[in-house]
Design a protein around this ligand. Sequence first.
Ligand code: GDP
Ligand code: MG
Length: 163
Amino acid sequence: MKPALVLVGRPNVGKSTLFNRLTRSRDAIVADIPGLTRDRHYGQGRLGDKPYLVVDTGGFEPMVTEGILHKMAEQTRQAIDEADMVLFIVDGRTGLTPHDKIIAGQLRKTGRKIILVVNKTEGMTSSAVTAEFHELGLGDPCAISAAHGDNVNDLVELALANF
Ligand code: GDP
Ligand code: MG
């Protein structure tokens, strides 16, 4: 069974950009995985001889327009339930936002394994960028640039280390 990496975060942090970078075949419908539906964004990738699935969630986006800040969209919740690893993406340029904190709190409650990913850090000193995100209580953030590919391989290695 391929481990499922699920991308979670508020709008515009770069989930889809990272999804595209992590996947070779987009929207692959993986028939051998029970319970997967077509209404989420699935792809697959491979690091060396380790294959993995990636799920791009847009589930937090409706919260903004509807103002339901305390509810995770059902689809996102379902994707998180199926996650072997949640990649929680935040934006190193915008910095930590209240919305990030709410999502972090919800993610912690799920008990899933989480990697905190600070995106858009190209050209930035990683220690300075990631310092403020420590307060989320999700451990050491992993600084990447999804757009440029910086550190993305290291992120996948970290995510797959136990699979
Ligand atoms: P999503 O809403 O979380 O799926 O975010 P998107 O992947 O659609 O990206 C939102 C915006 O951030 C787009 O304009 C991307 O080009 C931009 N973006 C994504 N990754 C990076 C990055 O690593 N660096 C910079 N500077 N911009 C990025
Ligand atoms: Mg997106």
